[in-house]
Design a protein around this ligand. Structure first.
Ligand code: DGY
Length: 318
């Protein structure tokens, strides 16, 4: 009896090494980056792939067009803003993502940034390392801002937003949120105007989905409303914040500071931010713990396996 051939999977961009191993154990995997001319490779061999795996690199409409037998895209990550869903819907291609398993770590990172920028811990660390602590002629390290009991505005109250809200309870923070609509089971005060939420908040945490619908949601007027005592924290997508407006607001001290895990053109970070002490910059690591990345890898595999076995997904992005 012939063993049926394993599905061919196109891998777009590097993945967690563990996930690459798991994929190769189950499927015939081809890394697009290995092709000297990826477009020519897809034109020649695209028809053999029924699945694709990607991450923050996404997949373009052109690449999907070159994959006539593509049935599933399994994304390593909850955000699918780099996958053209209008194209996958029209072609009836399933799109899997990795929600829930990363809620805790992304929420933790939001607080790491919030505490980091409010209490200036990265700057204080640099101060100690530079040998400035206790040096004659050095002023003592500047005062930070109190987090416990402060006003937290959350932009986007999905699964991660709610986890951030629950963390905030431990800090006895006063909480309000903005979303397109009030969230049915949310006990916190809804603010229909983002500008008003920013005006009220000491800390504005952005955790809404990326994509065209939220591009530059955080713009000049929102930053003006946040004001010189307010901090912006972004753990969603760089595209949600008008980065030039943010750089201007920070340079002109229109806001107090920012904690950023994501940027508009990753891995490029605006040069101006690199010299500012009131910003904390992370290389898009909100979900980046061993435990969570392994759980995300497992979900990528589970989505593929279930799809090829039963044409279903554990978690489908819509
Ligand atoms: C996600 O899941 O979309 C994260 O941004 C990737 O870590």
């Amino acid at each position: 009896m012939n063993t049926p051939e394993r599905p061919h999977i196109l891998q777009i961009g590097p993945l967690l090494p563990l996930l690459e191993t798991w994929l190769r154990d189950r499927y015939v995997v081809c890394l697009l980056d290995d092709a000297p001319d990826p477009a020519a490779f897809l034109a020649e061999q695209g028809a053999r792939f029924t699945g694709a795996v990607t991450s923050l690199f996404g997949i373009s409409a052109e690449q999907i067009a070159a994959l006539p037998n593509l049935r599933i895209i399994s994304n390593f990550g909850v955000g699918v803003d780099k996958i053209p869903l209008e194209v996958t819907r029209a072609r009836d291609i399933a799109v899997g993502n990795t929600p829930d398993v990363l809620n805790d770590c992304v929420a933790d990172t939001a607080f790491a940034l919030l505490l980091g920028v409010a209490r200036a811990t990265p700057e204080a660390d640099r101060y100690v390392r530079a040998g400035r602590w206790g040096q004659p002629g050095q002023n003592s390290f500047h005062l930070g801002r109190k987090v416990s009991g402060a006003r937290l505005g959350i932009v986007g109250l999905g699964r991660i937003g709610k986890t951030i809200a629950r963390r905030a309870l431990g800090f006895e923070m006063d909480l309000r949120y903005h979303a397109r609509h009030p969230v049915a089971d949310a006990p916190w005060q809804y603010e229909s105007s983002l500008v008003e939420l920013a005006r009220w908040a000491d800390f504005l945490v952005v955790i809404t989905a990326g994509g065209a619908g939220t591009r530059h949601l955080i713009n000049g007027p929102v930053l003006d409303a946040l004001g010189p005592r307010g901090f912006l924290i972004n753990v969603s997508r760089g595209s949600v914040v008008d980065e030039q407006a943010l750089v201007r607001a920070l340079a002109e001290k229109k806001i107090a500071g920012a904690g950023l895990d994501v940027f508009e053109n990753e891995p490029r970070v605006p040069a101006e931010l690199l010299t500012m002490d009131n910003v904390v910059l992370l290389p898009h690591i909100a979900s980046g713990t061993e435990e969570t990345r392994q759980a995300m890898a497992q979900r990528v595999i589970d989505n593929l396996d279930l799809f090829f076995a039963e044409r279903r997904l554990v978690s489908e992005a819509r």
